[in-house]
Design a protein around this ligand. Structure first.
Ligand SMILES: Cc1ncc(COP(=O)(O)O)c(C=O)c1O
Length: 463
């Protein structure tokens, strides 16, 4: 019997008992890094696991505990950890040099692959991250249209730069977040996802919208879905208004399908932002899209038309090591069924975990689309039937978090104790290396977690 299944040991005590090495590292980290962290979404009480190595669908912490990994390099590892072809390409690239400070052959091949795979991509400009990609896409849209305003949707994430902070997790009235000047926030319009009347009104009231940006499958990669009819309306309204439509496919690109969400949904944007899978688990990003918009980055085209070129530098843009990992990954995504297999695993895992909820008579939901999964712990106590959860109807509750997500921490702790790592917000990014073994481990870890939380009095079964 593991510590996790002993009646008198809480999940947190069990976690502490199995992770003394992580506790010690977290103590040291807090002395030199705010909260001991390099990324807000790794924040976890009492402390996060410190990971030492990874392979395929698994990773091991510094205490030797093995986890089925659903953090998936923040979504960048559709091929799992250390895919042999990616590793071989990276090792070979390392032998040639890490940075030439020059154009190189791999960046050309990388861009060609993106143009071939992403339906709306005619030209590509590489960046070093997804945040930089959305920053550049928005700047291009402003230059192209000559307009100041940006339209975004509450709850959608587009990286951490100043233009996209209000309305993601806070400041839903559009006021500036800590450290951002009012003038920047004032130029951003916010709309509720799927709010047809609100969207129509915004386009009627504002004739100066440069760009509309969204995660095409919905906020947090489908946790709060965008309805296809709303996406179609947004496409129509942006086209009529001459507003640049930007799909932020940093997560969905090369995941939902080899051509991303746009290929699966059949509605194309003007610009697309990419990162994560695109760079094969190494740092990297890109803006791709219509040639006439991307032309604002082009020296000759802007000179000939008398426009002021959009400036863009970046020491690590199209870094050769990232390019090698990206090319190896995209070639596999393009030529095999990895996206479809990860999506099928998503369906199977959602079904298995919802079956646990029904058996345990717990009114939560495991939902999501494609190879992204979310656990909703129902803080408002609604009458949810697991497996029949209409997540779009819960978007206001998910955005506003009226009673918080108090159970997220305990659930993640329970999953960790039982050998599974999801994100602190209880999301999972699935890879093509997740198979039957991982499915069985995850479903049983979820069952053990639910039962432990019942024992601890954190949840009660419904009648
Ligand atoms: C939809 C989306 N856009 C942009 C970003 C920012 O990308 P990066 O973390 O590479 O800056 C993320 C990161 O998680 C994301 O999920």
């Amino acid at each position: 019997m593991s510590a996790a299944t002993l009646p008198n040991v809480t999940l947190t005590d069990a976690y502490r008992a199995m992770t003394p090495g992580s506790a010690a590292l977290a103590d040291k980290a807090r002395a030199v890094m705010p909260s001991g962290l390099a990324h807000d979404s790794r924040h976890f009480d009492p402390y996060p696991p410190y990971v030492q190595r990874a392979l395929g669908p698994a990773k091991w912490d510094v205490d030797g505990n093995k986890y089925v990994d659903y953090f998936g390099g923040h979504g960048s590892l559709i091929l799992g950890h250390n895919h042999p072809a990616v590793m071989a390409a990276v090792h070979a690239a390392l032998e040639r040099g890490t940075h030439f400070g020059a154009c190189h052959e791999a960046e050309v091949r990388w861009a060609e692959l993106i143009v071939q795979m992403v339906p709306s991509a005619e030209r590509v400009r590489f960046t070093a991250s997804g945040t930089e990609a959305t920053l550049m896409a928005l700047r291009l849209a402003r230059a192209y249209t000559g307009r100041p305003k940006l339209l975004r949707f509450r709850g959608h994430f587009h990286g951490w730069h100043d233009h996209m902070t209000s309305g993601y997790a806070s400041h839903f009235d559009g006021t500036a977040t800590s450290g951002v000047v009012d003038g920047v926030a004032d130029n951003v319009l916010l709309c509720d996802p799927n709010d047809v009347a609100g969207l129509t009104r915004l386009f009627n009231d504002h004739k100066d919208i440069a760009a509309a940006i969204l995660e095409p499958t919905g906020a947090t990669y489908g946790k709060m879905p965008i309805l296809p009819s709303f996406l179609a309306l947004l496409r129509d309204l942006t086209r009529q208004a001459g507003t640049v439509l930007i799909y932020d496919e940093v997560v969905t690109g090369f995941r939902v399908s080899p051509g991303g969400a746009q290929a699966a949904l059949g509605i194309l944007p003007d610009l697309t932002t990419l990162a994560k899978i695109m760079a094969g688990g190494l740092p990297g990003g890109a803006v791709a899209g219509r040639a006439d918009i991307m032309e604002w980055l082009d020296f000759k085209a802007t000179r000939e038309t008398g426009r002021e070129k959009v400036a863009h530098q970046g020491t690590f843009n199209a870094n050769p090591i990232s390019a090698a990992a990206g090319i190896a990954t995209l070639e596999i995504v393009a030529s095999t069924d990895v996206c479809a297999r990860a999506n099928a695993f998503g369906d199977a895992l959602r079904a298995g975990m919802n079956a646990v909820l029904r058996e345990e008579r717990v009114k939560w939901a495991v939902h999501g689309t494609y190879s992204c999964l979310h656990i909703y712990t129902n803080p408002t106590g609604d009458d949810i039937v697991p497996g029949q959860f209409d997540s779009a109807a819960f978007i206001p509750a998910m955005i506003a978090k009226p009673r918080g997500e108090a159970l997220n921490g305990p659930v993640r702790t329970g999953l960790l104790v039982n050998g599974v790592d999801m994100t602190p917000s209880l999301a999972a990014w699935i890879s093509a290396t997740h198979g039957e073994t991982e499915l069985a481990i995850t479903v049983e870890a979820f069952r053990a977690t639910v039962r432990a939380l019942k024992r601890e009095g954190a949840i009660t079964a419904s009648r």
